[in-house]
Design a protein around this ligand. Structure first.
Ligand code: HEM
Length: 532
């Protein structure tokens, strides 16, 4: 008798539990999956819980393929719906609408989706990328003078001395026949690490010799978009509110205290000894003292809705300062090494482009009287180098999409006049990688063809479609730095070496399925041959 009652009770509990789950599943999964259907927006029904990125999350296809397929599928629409796990995202595929959202109506889309608690995640929460609303506007205005051409000119010397070091390292890796095969991502990671250490933190490191220095290991951990850190990034970008509510950190305590000590020690020493070095720490120290200004005649990009060049002051904490240095790692280290690795690959498999670029480099080097005379103006004036870098960034953009959050209600209108009202908090993506491989904007998109960027090209490129560094007031603040670094390193490399496809060079490149940004599946192996 008792047994029958217990069974009935358990089965009653079980049934209740099952009903609860079913209800929860219905509300969380089934109902949320109707989000776009209810609004008449085109979308592909998502895989329950995983959303439209299921193939990427389960490592079946690279992210760029997943978003690229959807982009082409909805070719007749200006935007479509995408489920990032359970979160509905409006993906804006029409370039005019992208410009409208990111430039003209920027006031409605000031923030990225990420939300961090500054007290709990003191470095990333205070970094420019994660800042929101007026905090972001203030910081962007204060930091902008640190990234102008005149400041890059001062830092250029720091970069070229490292380029010379990289050439020596590659030479030392070569066999008696004057050739050597090297993995480019690793090479440029080490090189980029040392550049960030010297330019952002004022520290001299040689990651080729000292292979396990904490800068390199922590920097790698910080920017790793695979493994646990990769999952954390995914979670912070897909479930920003949940991660904030759970008070989870993107940067570990160990990382935070390492970078904080490096910056504070350097500042302490400089203040004590009156040292001035042309690097980011120096610029941030000036900013803290309200002494950082745009130089006269500086060409400043402004927008009436954006951060603008108006003078703003702010009180800096030690963590504010450290966070802006750390952003070099987060923003610049992996992205520049991706650009350089793919550029080396494209030059190796397109010898005609490489020869043309080398001819430009050789003629400039002769004209200035040697690579040691290279300066920022000269590198800026090199047209073909600029075209090759742009074409690499177009074909292999390190950041496959841009994101925005709607900060004020806004109406999106499709080609057929269908309208949808966005609400505060709605998320948007701009599929940069797919737009930059759209044959209507870039004919023969899979071809590596720098000439498409020639000033006298038959079909001039719409430069707004080159979305690698983003668009509008929230675009990449470090783009000048990134371009300067990549151009300088290739000036030195091609001055000394021929780049060739070797036995381990993968052709055509297959991308790693586990990485959000483009990473070659089998590594980017290139054979270097010493020039006569
Ligand atoms: C090839 C190299 C790089 C690429 C492809 C790249 C790409 C991007 C992109 C796509 C964005 C978002 C733009 C938008 O949403 O419109 C961004 C923002 C940002 N990048 Fe870069 N970046 C690069 C190098 C750098 C470097 C060297 C730094 C060094 C400081 C840097 C610092 C930042 C910062 C601080 C932001 C946030 C700006 C803001 O929110 O106001 N990036 N970058």
């Amino acid at each position: 008798m008792l047994g029958t009652v217990l069974i009935a009770l358990f089965s009653l509990e079980g049934a209740l539990l099952a009903a609860l789950f079913a209800l929860l599943y219905y509300y969380v999964v089934v109902r949320s999956a109707r989000f776009f259907a209810d609004r008449g927006i085109p979308y592909v029904p998502p895989v329950p819980l995983l959303g439209n990125g299921a193939d990427f999350i389960t490592r079946k296809r690279p992210f760029t393929d997943v978003i690229g397929d959807l982009y082409h599928r909805f070719a007749h629409h200006r935007f479509f719906g995408y489920f990032d796990f359970l979160s509905p995202i409006y993906v804006v595929r029409d370039l005019e609408l992208v410009k409208q959202i990111c430039i003209k109506d920027f006031d409605h889309f000031v923030n990225h989706r990420i939300e961090l608690d500054e007290d709990h995640d003191p470095l990333f929460g205070r970094a420019l990328f994660a800042m929101r609303d007026s905090r972001w506007r203030n910081m962007r205005t204060v930091l902008s003078p640190a990234f102008t051409g005149s400041k890059m000119r001062l830092m250029f010397g720091l970069i070229t001395s490292y380029c010379e070091g990289a050439v020596r390292t590659i030479r030392s890796e070569m066999g008696p026949d004057g050739t050597g095969e090297l993995e480019m991502k690793e090479l440029f990671r080490r090189f980029g690490n040392d550049i960030v250490a010297t330019c952002a933190f004022g520290i001299e490191i040689n990651s080729f010799r000292d292979r396990t220095n904490p800068f390199f290991t922590l920097g790698k951990e910080l920017t790793n978009l695979e493994g646990v850190q990769g999952l954390k990034f995914l979670a912070f970008s897909s479930f920003p509110r949940i991660m904030r509510a759970l008070r989870l950190r993107l940067f570990s305590k160990k990382m935070t205290s390492f970078f904080r000590h490096v910056v504070m020690d350097t500042i302490g020493q400089r203040e004590q000894r009156g040292i001035v070095r042309h690097d980011m720490i120096n610029l941030l120290m000036e900013a803290r003292k309200q002494e950082l200004r745009f130089d006269e005649n500086e060409n400043v990009e402004t927008s009436s809705n954006g951060a603008g060049p108006q003078k703003r002051t702010m009180d800096w904490t030690d963590d504010d300062l450290t966070a802006q240095c750390t952003v070099f790692f987060f923003g610049g280290y992996d992205t520049v090494s991706t650009l350089s690795a793919f550029m080396a690959h494209e030059l190796a498999i397109n010898p005609d482009v490489q020869d043309k670029l080398r001819a430009e480099i050789d003629s400039v080097r002769t004209a200035i009287g040697g690579a040691d005379k290279l300066n920022y103006e000269t590198i800026q004036s090199m047209r073909y180098l600029d075209m090759v870098v742009n074409e690499t960034l177009r074909k292999w953009t390190p950041a496959p999409f841009l994101d925005r959050t709607c900060t004020k209600p806004y109406v999106l209108e499709d080609h057929d006049g269908r309208r949808v009202q966005l609400q505060k908090g709605d998320g948007l993506w701009i599929p940069a990688s797919a737009i930059m491989r759209d044959p209507l904007l870039f004919p023969e998109p899979d071809r590596f063809w720098p000439e498409r960027f020639a000033p006298d090209a038959e079909l001039p490129v719409d430069t707004a479609a080159l979305l690698t560094f983003g668009i509008g007031p929230r675009n990449c603040i470090g783009s000048r730095f990134a371009l300067m670094e990549a151009k300088a390193v290739f000036f030195f490399l091609l001055s000394h070496f021929l780049l060739e496809a070797g036995p381990r060079t993968q052709q055509p490149i297959k991308l790693k399925k586990a990485s959000l940004g483009p990473v070659s599946e089998k590594g980017s192996w290139i054979r270097f041959r010493l020039r006569q």
